[in-house]
Design a protein around this ligand. Structure first.
Ligand SMILES: [Mg+2]
Length: 192
């Protein structure tokens, strides 16, 4: 990818509405700002990479193949708006999993950087300095861990999460109302 133009996005509470564990395609609903925000990123030449913790698989709430159906449905919803997503990565593991094969202290669960490293390899880019947009402080911590910058949204769990920010946390560079606000902020500050 030229010029290292890559941006990392969380899935639930960021792109699609937070709805507890999403176990069915019917629960997928995009935020109003999602399509215009992702279009701006595409038009600016940014490769969009979605990185999503999906511990519902480890907890037995849905199977990995059901999760893949939901992910594909999301990509189709975006594709029907001509939004191009380079990669979508998920972590199905959890240290306290009830499904033994997913019980793992893995490297891919955010805030660890396994999914970001996979994207770096697959797309032949460096994530250093890239932005990570999400609704949780673990997303901000992930940004810190890969040498990037976090933008916290107030959608999803973001309002509660913003209250937990303190001087020792891995603080976001900006707290945005929603994903469109985040991308508009990047553009207004000449970061796109
Ligand atoms: Mg989220």
């Amino acid at each position: 990818m030229p010029d290292n133009k890559i941006i990392f996005l969380d899935r639930d509470g960021t792109i699609n509405k937070e709805d507890g564990y999403i176990t069915k395609v019917g629960q997928l609903e995009l935020y109003r700002g999602t399509v215009p925000a992702l279009r701006m990123l595409n038009e600016a030449g940014y490769g969009i990479v979605i990185v999503s913790n999906q511990a519902g698989v480890a907890k037995g709430l849905l199977t990995e193949s059901e999760l893949m159906k939901i992910n594909n449905a999301l990509l189709e919803m975006l594709g029907s708006e001509n939004i191009m997503v380079e990669r979508l990565y998920y972590c199905p593991h959890h240290p306290d999993a009830v499904i033994p094969e997913y019980k793992k202290d893995c490297e891919c669960r955010k805030p660890r950087t396994g999914m970001v490293q996979s994207a770096e390899k697959a797309l032949n880019v460096s994530a250093r300095g890239a932005y990570m947009i999400g609704d949780k402080l673990t997303d901000m911590e992930l940004a810190h861990n890969f040498g990037g910058k976090g933008i916290l949204l107030q959608t999803g769990y973001g309002k509660e999460e913003a209250r937990k920010i303190n001087s020792t946390a891995h603080n976001p560079v900006y707290i945005a109302g929603d994903i469109l606000d985040a991308v508009e902020w990047l553009k207004a500050n000449n970061k796109l």
